[in-house]
Design a protein around this ligand. Structure first.
Ligand SMILES: Nc1ncnc2c1ncn2[C@@H]1O[C@H](COP(=O)(O)OP(=O)(O)O)[C@@H](O)[C@H]1O
Ligand SMILES: N[C@@H](CCC(=O)OP(=O)(O)O)C(=O)O
Length: 373
């Protein structure tokens, strides 16, 4: 079965909508277009698909509100425009999603949030909790504190990082062209649409140019984003946001836009990433029961199954899980610091709150963040 045909069975999507598309020829937000995408996204969510929306457009919306016709060059002015426009952007989505009885949430992130382990876990828990509640998170770059995105006009990378974060199976990048062409169609009218390629195919780079006036990252940032998304096993579709019912049709398996495929399954990709990328900061000594459920049943590690902790670690650090003989059986990202862990080990998860005064998670290491060796 082709990957296109597998799309209807996928359950977690990140959809990124670019500035070039969202703004009506630079005349502020295209509210009618937003209404169209929201209708499709609502339909997807009603089908049981967990959705995270990554939307640009804050700068463009802010420029209209401030009465600016020219995009300023000064970064602080762009940041000010983004701050003004972000409220309008979220308001526009909220108003439309409310028509379908769907709540939305504003989530502003930056790249540091996602490379810092502790913030990564926090962001992940929040997004997971929101999607679990049926809320659609609307993510944008936190333009007040970072400037890379507005400087380079690239929210594509953020879309990919969010796909990594929530382990999405599909990243859809909606843009103003029907997909990726063999050359920039603005300057090459004979260019043809690329239907499918592997995200890792380096020959794509020479074909991807930079962007237009409003969203300036262009196609090259989308190709790089697809590679990043592929690291956690997500396939990327770069496709025209103005194609009639584009999102719904993609979900039905129709071959629209450009599919850039990942070469590994999400689960395997994540485990490889976990196994290879992080330094081990401490050790948890497990009892025999915990070793059994981890290694044979693929379950999460609960505090009750841990007899001792060693090392100096914080929430989000990688720790090694060893059996009573000191043999390493697994590794994972721990939800509690060494001090917190010492206070909750050997106890049922219901006791976490009385011991610490709060509960981050019921597990010491969630199974999604655990690699059995
Ligand atoms: N090979 C290509 N295929 C399609 N579009 C391309 C290509 N190379 C460059 N582009 C340009 O990338 C633009 C889309 O990127 P961008 O302007 O950053 O939009 P967005 O705001 O949606 O991220 C297109 O309008 C197009 O001119
Ligand atoms: N975060 C900013 C700029 C990001 C941006 O333009 O990105 P893109 O849509 O990928 O070209 C905004 O919301 O306006």
């Amino acid at each position: 079965m082709s990957i296109r045909e597998q799309l209807p069975a996928t359950r977690r999507w990140v959809v990124k909508i670019g500035s070039a598309l969202l703004t009506n020829n630079g005349q502020g937000l295209d509210v009618a277009a937003i209404a169209g995408w929201v209708e499709q996204l609502s339909h997807l969510q009603k089908q049981g698909i967990e959705l995270v929306l990554v939307s640009s457009g804050a700068v463009a919306a802010g420029m209209t509100r401030l009465g600016w016709t020219e995009r300023p060059d000064a970064i602080h002015e762009l940041q000010a425009a983004a701050a003004v426009g972000q409220t309008g952007l979220v308001q526009a989505y909220e108003q439309e999603f409310q028509k379908y009885g769907i709540n939305t949430a504003q989530v502003l992130l930056d790249h540091d949030d996602l490379s810092n382990r502790q913030r990564y876990l926090n962001a992940r828990s929040t997004l997971r909790a929101l999607t679990g509640l049926g809320v659609i998170p609307i993510v944008n770059e936190n333009d007040t504190v970072v400037t890379d995105e507005i400087r380079f006009g690239d929210n594509d990378t953020l879309g990919a990082l969010v796909a990594n974060l929530v382990e999405a199976e599909v990243l859809v990048i909606l843009t103003d062209q029907d997909g990726m062409y063999t050359a920039d169609p603005r300057s090459n009218p004979d260019a043809s649409l690329i239907g499918e390629a592997e995200a890792s195919d380096t020959s794509l780079d020479a074909r991807a140019g930079d962007g237009g006036k409003l969203g300036r990252g262009g196609m090259i940032t989308k190709v790089r984003a697809a590679r990043l998304a592929a690291r956690s096993g997500a396939h990327t579709v770069i496709v025209g946001g103005r194609i009639d019912n584009v999102v719904t049709r993609l979900q039905q398996g129709e071959a629209l836009g450009t599919l850039l495929t990942a070469d590994q399954q999400p689960q395997a990709a994540r485990k490889r990433w976990l196994a290879g990328h992080l330094q081990v900061k401490g050790r948890l000594v497990l009892d025999d029961g915990a070793v059994r459920v981890l290694t044979l049943q693929g379950k999460s590690l609960l505090p009750v199954g841990v007899r001792a902790v060693e090392g100096d670690f914080h929430r989000g650090d990688m720790v090694s899980c060893v059996d009573a003989q000191g043999v390493e059986v697994a590794r994972g990202l721990v939800n509690y610091s060494v001090q917190e862990s010492r206070r909750i080990i050997g106890r049922p998860s219901e006791d976490i709150e009385s011991r610490l005064g709060y509960v981050d998670e019921l597990e010491l290491i969630h199974r999604d963040n655990l690699v059995v060796l």
